[in-house]
Design a protein around this ligand. Structure first.
Ligand code: ZN
Length: 87
């Protein structure tokens, strides 16, 4: 299933509620280049839906080197007919 960058709105305005079942947040560590995909439901489970993702990003931590500073993140949205239905 292909993914494309989600460009709707400005990054600092995106809230947890803007994430759909098609979205995945790709988190990358600037220090060791570790990266992982976090499903949108993980954010709904842990944060208020009106929380901005830039605030959520402050809680992000690298699982490999424990770095918490300047964690890089981007949202990718699954496209195509094979994707899960929008909630
Ligand atoms: Zn790291």
């Amino acid at each position: 299933m292909p993914y494309e960058p989600m460009t709707r709105g400005l990054k600092f305005q995106i809230r947890v509620e803007d994430l759909t079942g098609r979205d995945v947040v790709v988190v990358t560590c600037p220090v060791c280049h570790w990266s992982c995909n976090v499903a949108s439901h993980v954010f709904y489970a842990r944060y208020h839906e009106l929380r901005k993702l830039i605030d959520v990003a402050k809680d992000m931590k690298c699982k490999r080197c424990q770095n918490r500073k300047d964690m890089v993140w981007r949202i990718e949205r699954a496209v195509g007919p094979q994707g899960p239905r929008l909630a």
